[in-house]
Write a protein that binds this ligand. Structure first.
Ligand SMILES: O=C(O)CCC(=O)C(=O)O
Length: 271
């Protein structure tokens, strides 16, 4: 039986970054998350960061800046950039990254769907979102993880710059946070730029408070689910057609555009 989280004097530590995927899988089981060090080599990381900041700047310049339903009403310090797949091809490389896909297959099996891929860029002065578990909209009781969030650290995640706040081992509770648990103790997810953090859909977490005066903290969140759940992003309406046209079979699977069981057209796969 789990202890009530609020009464824990010291919270369990988060796992250390590792290059060993088998260790990462063990961390995922034990901690509900794992950190894969240097998953993005410097050149690819630089391309991802440039592409993301370009998209964010473009949105700001056009007044297309977005918030998220989970952001605090009064706080405009987060910028979301949605539907990254349609912004620049380098984001396809993240969605199909072999390490990410190995962890997806390990956690939820295959086929899986990409539910959405967005960036959250926190700016100085705020950014805390509501406490949630990513699979919170999925019916309880949860017997298992039904989705996994692949978090690409575009720059360093620190306690000070709004690194994601984690309530350790809440995947073991198998339920969503309740309103009365909003003040529960959390640990900052700290990771170097280029780290891939895989978070079990049952882990309670929220964006941290960015207490710096001049640092942005950018993370890319690619959320994969069991194929029985409608994706959060409506790919049929929002995907740049060129992405579909040149997509690999794997990407078509992930977008639900090549039917295995669900999503058939007159009984056959659309592809
Ligand atoms: O920005 C973060 O650190 C967390 C974002 C998040 O929890 C989410 O997108 O579901």
């Amino acid at each position: 039986m789990n202890q009530p989280l609020t009464s824990q004097p010291t919270l369990p530590r988060l796992p250390a970054p590792t290059h060993d995927l088998e260790q990462a899988k063990r961390d995922l089981a034990e901690h509900g998350l794992c950190l894969v060090a240097d998953a993005l080599p410097p050149a690819l990381l630089a391309r991802v960061r440039d592409a993301l900041y370009r998209a964010a700047a473009e949105d700001r310049a056009r007044g297309w800046e977005q918030k998220f339903i989970g952001d605090q009403e009064h706080d405009n310090s987060n910028q979301r950039v949605w539907n990254l797949l349609s912004r620049e091809p380098v984001f396809i490389d993240l969605v199909e990254h072999p390490i990410a896909l190995e962890l997806v297959r390990h956690a939820i099996g295959w086929p899986a769907l990409l539910s959405n891929i967005s960036a959250n860029i926190t700016g100085p002065g705020g950014g805390e979102m509501i406490m949630h578990a990513d699979q919170g909209y999925m019916p309880e009781p949860w017997a298992r993880t039904q989705g996994i969030n692949m978090v690409w650290c575009v720059n360093d995640f620190t306690d000070e710059n709004g690194g994601t706040r984690i309530v350790p081992q809440t995947h073991l509770l198998n339920r969503s946070p309740l309103d009365s648990e909003q003040g529960v103790a959390t640990v900052a997810l700290e990771a170097a730029a280029g780290t891939l953090v895989a978070i079990d859909g049952r882990i309670w977490h929220r964006t941290g408070n960015n207490r710096t005066v001049d640092q942005r903290r950018a993370g890319i969140f690619a959320w994969y689910t069991l194929p029985i759940y409608l994706p959060q992003e409506n790919w049929y309406l929002s995907l740049n057609p060129a992405v579909r046209q040149f997509a690999s079979d794997t990407l078509l699977d992930l977008l639900g555009l090549k039917a295995v069981v669900f999503g058939r057209v007159n009984g056959a796969s659309p592809e």
